[in-house]
Design a protein around this ligand. Structure first.
Ligand code: ADP
Length: 167
């Protein structure tokens, strides 16, 4: 295993997290057990037109991971490999839900490795009960005031209710 930062193994878990779901949180908990330190890196992707601002997304992840001392939350606007160089991290964690994730993830992992051959991507399969779960689905349900209690932590449920107030 590659060691960085004074001999500890650090990985970065990048994504939009708009907003963080129980599917993401499951990956975060499991990855935090495997790596000495996990940086959850929130991408400020303006082209995706996010519901939550970068600060709101980071704040929600901080609140739902406060019991995990080796998890850090950060934001980035840069190309992934540039951000990793800046943070001196070589390992990426990504979650795989279904075959439909595979093609895009393969393309990303291959591209990142081509841009910097030190960078390695590790995939963790999602728990079966979260394999259908995405931030987009959560937003669709919340927009129409449907129940999201089994999909996101209470802090996120409340933030969604504030974004989509009942008339
Ligand atoms: P992106 O816009 O980069 O795909 P997401 O926030 O949608 O960002 O996802 C970040 C990472 O979390 C990706 O690796 C994605 O496959 C994974 N992920 C998303 N939802 C789940 C889930 N329900 N279970 C496991 N992994 C998930």
């Amino acid at each position: 295993m590659m060691k960085q930062e004074h001999g500890i193994t650090v990985a970065v878990y990048p994504g939009s997290f708009d907003p963080v779901t129980y599917g993401h949180l499951d990956i975060i908990h499991r990855a935090a057990k495997v790596f000495d330190k996990l940086i959850v890196a929130v991408l400020n992707n303006t082209s995706k037109n996010p519901l939550f601002t970068l600060e709101e997304r980071m704040d929600l992840i901080r609140r739902v991971t406060k019991d995990l001392p080796n998890v850090e939350v950060d934001g980035f606007r840069d190309l992934m490999v540039n951000y990793m160089k800046h943070r001196n991290v070589r390992l990426i964690v990504r979650g795989l839900r279904a075959v439909s994730d595979f093609e895009y993830e393969l393309q990303m992992a291959s591209t990142n490795h081509k841009l910097n051959s030190d960078v390695e991507t590790f995939f963790m399969t999602s728990k079966p009960q979260y394999s259908y779960l995405s931030s987009s689905i959560v937003k669709e349900i919340a927009r129409f005031h449907g129940p999201v209690v089994d999909l996101v932590p209470p802090e996120v449920e409340e933030a969604l209710q504030n974004k989509f107030p009942r008339a």
